[in-house]
Design a protein around this ligand. Sequence first.
Ligand SMILES: C[S@@+](CC[C@H](N)C(=O)[O-])C[C@H]1O[C@@H](n2cnc3c(N)ncnc32)[C@H](O)[C@@H]1O
Length: 219
Amino acid sequence: MAEAAHQHATRAGYDAIAEQYAELFHAELDAAPLDRALLAAFAEMVRRDHPDGEVLEVGSGPGTVTAHLHELGLPMTGIDLSPAMVALARRDHPQLSFEVGDMGALDRPDGSLSGLVGWYSLIHVPAPERQQVVDEFHRVLRPGGYALIAFQVGDDTLHLDEAFGHAVSLDFHRLQPDVVAESLHRAGFEVIARVVRAPEAGSAASEVSQAVLVARRPS
Ligand SMILES: C[S@@+](CC[C@H](N)C(=O)[O-])C[C@H]1O[C@@H](n2cnc3c(N)ncnc32)[C@H](O)[C@@H]1O
């Protein structure tokens, strides 16, 4: 099937900026205690309920979050649309497995994963396709499996045609927690936590509110 134009643009954009993106954000978790706490809580819930079984980060970029969760004891794999991002993640985290792939068509059997993390990646899926992607998350998770979804909050779409000096065409769809929760419910998830964080002054990455949702596929 032909690739959608937005996916082509997202891949090309992240291929162009991968190196600089990785450099800018490689230490972002060090300065984000609330994010680390939420990632730690997610890791603990997955380990408690599923001592075995793969956990996937979809849209893993340079692999920082994948590696962090691996250090917290989860058997992680990262998947990303951008081959340049995957190459960087493999270079920086050679002990982990990273694959090129599309979060809307995951190469995993039904009910096979203990956890799935979409950390600022669902923001690149246009509204008409978002439900199908969330349905895909539900398909690959085993009963009792957990999903962790992070995104910028809002109603607008930030469009960049330049980033780090490169010509790109990247859309960042800001999302409303209620809308994402509704989509998770429609897919069959129960939403067990939602945290909305206020904007942080002086942080380029956090100049709007951010939300993190934890959902569970019922047993
Ligand atoms: C803002 S970055 C976040 C990267 C990483 N999760 C982090 O927090 O550092 C978004 C990533 O999602 C990837 N992405 C976007 N759409 C995707 C899709 N349909 N399937 C897989 N990855 C995708 C991009 O290539 C990019 O690496």
